[in-house]
Design a protein around this ligand. Sequence first.
Ligand SMILES: NC(=O)c1ccc[n+]([C@@H]2O[C@H](COP(=O)([O-])OP(=O)(O)OC[C@H]3O[C@@H](n4cnc5c(N)ncnc54)[C@H](O)[C@@H]3O)[C@@H](O)[C@H]2O)c1
Ligand SMILES: [Zn+2]
Length: 399
Amino acid sequence: MDMNSINIEEIVKQVLAGMAGGTKTGTPAGKEIPKTAKVAVLTGLENFEVKEYPMPEVGDDDILVKVEGCGVCGTDAHEFKRDPFGLIPVALGHEGTGEIVKMGRNVKKDSAGKDLKLGDKVVTCMIFKDNPDITMFDLNKQNVGGADVYGLLPDDDIHLNGWFADYILIRKGSTVFNVSDLDLSSRILIEPCAVLVHAVERAKTTGILRFNSRVVVQGCGPIGLICIAVLRTMGIETIVAVDGEQKRLDFAKKMGASKTVNFKEYKGIEALTGAVEAAFDGHLADFAFQCTGSPAAHSNIYKFIRNGGGLCELGFFINGGDATINPHFDLCSKEITLVGSWVYTLRDYATTFDFLKRAKGIGLPMDELITHTFPLEEINEALKTNLRMEGLKIAIINQ
Ligand SMILES: NC(=O)c1ccc[n+]([C@@H]2O[C@H](COP(=O)([O-])OP(=O)(O)OC[C@H]3O[C@@H](n4cnc5c(N)ncnc54)[C@H](O)[C@@H]3O)[C@@H](O)[C@H]2O)c1
Ligand SMILES: [Zn+2]
């Protein structure tokens, strides 16, 4: 074997680091850690540049991860198009996953108490820095808003801050989960799935959502489709999906919706409500999930729900404008129980791992949600594909 001097130098360094009780390195054959890392940096509107930075030191509490892939989120698309958070230059990508190749000596367990070792596959969730009051188990909605995430951090002198990269440095105060028992596509889908696990948890607080409920899911983008999947894993079978795109409605059927309604085929809310009612064999829904960002869709959905039913509104991650309802007919006299749902908690993240295993176990086509993949070098095209609303989930996959 022809070992060049760089390899020898690297091996000596690793042996010395190991003797000093510093970091553990995992360099099985073919997995040498390079001297530089590639990071896709959004340097201007609609312009990523793949930059190379020196591989950073891995501190006693840090984890160096070789990135395998990362999903493209609506938030990335907003940032790419308009920079609403004022982050440029920024390393984006928060739906990522990869393999631990180096870790500090203080790193022993993940945020759920599972052992961590070299070679494990991980995902990250929120970053709480050094706040000792926040743990996996006391986390509540109030403090979720104050947390950071990799992929939406300001640039710093480490630069490896987002998952659209070939390496990322996970630092002290981060939440990290060992998800070695999930395949790559499941790991990429964890973040969007957590949104729906949380929404269904919120829906359950109404006491109305039960295993034999009639449920309407309005909007069959990735969010609505995953909503159907979560409901199916809970044993809910009577699900009517509403959308205007036939291809998406067909996918909703594959995901387990019992009937679909194409709203474009009906003129006026009365006809549409009649179609939903007919799909439930003459009943209105016990519960509804609103999974579009359309104010008109919010106004409509109350009509599909029976007296005493429930509604979970999760479609407005960002401000989509005002919606009109009639408080007497839509809410008061019907005694609708309404919950809002926004992102997720750490606890939902852990539940999501089990959801993904169960979804695959009962044969739901979760993998097919990832319709387009691109290498890191084609990240601009990946984001543009997302903005053109082609396909469902777009992902960057590293070779
Ligand atoms: N609550 C959260 O934390 C959270 C997280 C992520 C996304 N979201 C929101 O969820 C929404 C859906 O996300 P997505 O990625 O699936 O988006 P998407 O745009 O891919 O899907 C929305 C779907 O709604 C359909 N639609 C539009 N108007 C409709 C109407 N009047 N009736 C029925 N269907 C209609 C569209 O045809 C489309 O298929 C977005 O608005 C997003 O902001 C919320
Ligand atoms: Zn996301």
